[in-house]
Design a protein around this ligand. Structure first.
Ligand code: NAD
Ligand code: 0WE
Length: 261
């Protein structure tokens, strides 16, 4: 008997085997969960189909989260396939590449709108539909980053989007508490994924955090372990929380003086 035997849920945001969402999927599969996957764009189908098949998933559907009709369609199919669900993972972010470099003051209206729509509003849109499939309650998890809390050069409008996402977690937690649905976020340290390698200053962030954080860098399996906790009944008293899975990076003030020589 696994922690997730007889539990079913949807995972949004697997792009390939390096995705954080895939680390969470593997952790849930180990505990006996039945998983449905949703991915963005036809080109990812050839990556996600075999990954889903390797976990015996009966459900793989395309969905661009900027399209309400596409979200409705995925949830209609999920209802057909699963009836009800117990959990949902939101592991999606996007800002136009030009916004993740240069000066924050130059953020465009269109870039701001896109970043907030895909990286933040989409959690509200998914939670609204998930609620109808969670008549006895459930657990929702999203992914955030330290750039929401403190300035992280070049993260720029994504930092603002993650700050809004973390506030969204709290407002959803309040609202969905009455439905016995918990909503939490994991604030992961830098991890080499498709989204991360599309970012110029990512490699420097990764090596800096590796030096400064008490435990050094984290990986997808570390996030999967925390994810399986927040999605399971072991975290039954926790909602609206942002759990740092960052090797302890966020607790540091000044770095180790030995590093500064
Ligand atoms: P990833 O590229 O594997 O995942 C990002 C996903 O977002 C992809 O699957 C992509 O298809 C999806 N996506 C983008 N636009 C979409 C849209 N319009 N509709 C539907 N899906 C869309 O990279 P990742 O690093 O695993 O990112 C997952 C989450 O983790 C993101 O929220 C990211 O901000 C967060 N995060 C990443 C790191 C890191 O260093 N990698 C650290 C902390 C938080
Ligand atoms: O959330 C992220 C990155 C999300 C992301 C990545 C891309 C690359 C490709 C959003 N939009 C895009 N758009 C693209 O066109 N992370 C936490 C990883 C990340 O991004 C950084 C980091 C870290 C860490 C940007 C600057 C500094 C550090």
């Amino acid at each position: 008997m696994g922690l997730f035997t007889d539990k079913k849920g949807l995972i949004f945001g697997v792009a390939n085997k390096n995705s954080i969402a895939w680390g969470i999927a593997q952790a849930l599969h180990e505990e006996g969960a039945t998983l449905g996957f949703s991915y963005a764009g036809e080109i990812l189908k050839k990556r996600v189909d075999p990954l889903a098949a390797s976990l015996n998933s009966p459900f793989v559907e395309e969905c661009d989260v900027t399209d309400d009709g596409a979200i409705d369609a995925v949830f209609a199919k999920a209802q057909e396939q699963f009836g009800t669900i117990d959990f949902l993972v939101h592991s999606i972010a996007f800002a136009p590449r030009e916004e993740l470099t240069g000066r924050f003051v130059d953020t465009t209206r269109a870039g701001f709108r896109t970043a907030l729509d895909i990286s933040c509003y989409s959690l509200v849109a998914l939670a609204k539909r998930a609620r109808t499939l969670m008549p006895d309650g459930g657990s929702i998890l999203t992914m955030t980053y330290f750039g929401a809390e403190k300035v992280t050069p070049n993260y720029n409008v994504m930092g603002v989007a993650k700050a809004a996402l973390e506030a969204t977690v709290r407002y959803l937690a309040w609202d969905l508490g009455k439905d016995n649905i918990r909503v939490n976020a994991i604030s992961a340290g830098p991890i080499k994924t498709l989204a991360a390698s599309g970012v110029g200053s990512f490699r420097k962030s990764l090596s800096y955090v590796g030096e400064v954080a008490p435990l050094g860098n984290v990986d997808q399996a570390n996030v999967g372990d925390a994810g399986r906790f927040l999605l399971s009944n072991w975290s039954g008293g926790i909602t609206g929380e942002v759990l740092h899975v960052d090797g302890g990076y966020n607790i540091m003030g000044a770095p180790d003086p030995e590093m500064m020589e």
